[in-house]
Design a protein. Sequence first.
Lengths: 300, 290
Amino acid sequence: MLTLKDIGFNNMKLAIASGKGGTGKTTLSVALAQASTAAVQLLDCDVEEPNGHIFIKPEFTSHEQVGIAIPELDEALCTNCGKCGEICQFSAIVTIADKTMIFGDMCHSCGGCILVCPQKALHEQEKVIGSIDSACACGRNSNIEFIKGTLDIGQAMAPPVIRAVKKKIRPDMLTIIDCPPGTSCPMITAVTGSDFVILVTEPTPFGLHDLILAVETMRSMALPFGVVVNRAGSGDNRVSDYCSAENIPLLLQIADDRRVANAYSRGEGLLEAMPELAQQLRALIDKITSDVDTSTKGEQ
Amino acid sequence: MKEIVIISGKGGTGKTSITASFAALSKNAVLADCDVDAADLHLLLAPSEQESHPFFSGHIACIDEQKCSACGTCQSLCRYDAIVAHEGKYAVVASSCEGCNVCVTFCPEQAIDFPERRCGEWYRSITRCGPMIHARLDIGAENSGKLVSLVRQQAHELAQQQQCDLVLIDGPPGIGCPVIAATTGTDAVFIITEPTCSGKHDLLRVLELTRHFDIPAYICVNKWDINPSMTKEIQDSARENGAQVIGTVPYDSHITKAQIAGKTIVEYGDSIAAISIKQIWQNFCAAIEI
């Protein structure tokens, strides 16, 4: 069957996620991008602890700040009526007696206080919470456009930085999104809008428990997904048993191999340690692309 | 009473295995699982649940289809892309709604309800290693930071009631909202890392955070023998950044075997990892005077 990739066009958005941390999201994301024969975007959306650059070793050519809009008060116009504090759900703006105070770290940038102020005493100003670095033509085959999001230390809210990174997604290219761990807002922000999600886990009780949470999250968001087991052989069969009982596609098992652990510790990727995997990873991209393509046509 | 939190920056370096081992080695501690996104401590400590409580936090917008005139005001004001239009009707995407109240306030038809939002559940339990407070965030729910704060507060109160002298907190990965909620105001941060470029990179970010909040930090390198020179590099830069180095744990497949058996590594024979973790616990107790 002819796939989109065969005609040189693959614009799939492929997210790599997991419930548990440290299962190999970055390892797999980097290896998939390196294995791809076509041009690919690799987005590091694990903005609290971005690591993709350690393996890609990009020369960043652009650096930009990510800000969120927080309110600023013109005290001369403010009558301390308190309406801003009433609409705010995050205790980010409070009027006590004759003083209105703003707590920028609590603000979710909803814009409510500005809309509701009868005196137009509030306006938005930008507060920097992180940054985005980009590099073109990275990787051994110079086929990777690498974009890294970083949350500044001491800042609490990762989702605005993740959303800013995802604004860089090009419509005409395969995009691989390296997601943060967990199942709450940062992970959900990162996987939202993707065509397919690969959940990476390891064959242990922790791995299975957190995989189940991630599977429930995918199902609640109605996103198609499959599972890759990393360090296969280091634990037991509980993950593969679960996947077959739940009819979840087990896409690939990557064997537990000291070569990979040693290479990883030096900042070298999966393909440096196990070059023989490149063929399987290319086949995996093709298979997912063709499945996504078929199901999209099915819906139409 | 002292509050100690175990974090890592990078995920999967051994936070829960270490916390559970410390729980088994400590005499009079309350345990708190603050990795509410992906809580795993219960898999090793098998808590028997005494109480469960729903966790409500904030509100969620709900459009009443009957009253909605499909004007689209809500969608144009929403900053979170949480309102979608489908066949002339508007609906709220629960996983994107941050409960900000803007659409509710400005809907000209007053067609948007704003009920309290259930975000999860928290539990008070008993384990063989002491009492435990843990929680589960609902699928796709927000506000894990607030649930972390709640778990900590409950653990603190329980420790006071039962006159325990230590609260041991299993922390979340990363450096954002849940980590800030788990670390601020604790007496010490125990950081478990691994001798990899990623481990080092993430450790330095975590140490910047602990300095930012002025909390004493202690570090331990897990699987140190995977890369001895990286272990040394990490220990040197941890010291330069004001952290105290408290020991190393060798790579040991018994850790996974113990996990499969539902035990902590220190309860699973005299493996090389168990021996070093016991030593680390002694060093750590001496360092923080417990």
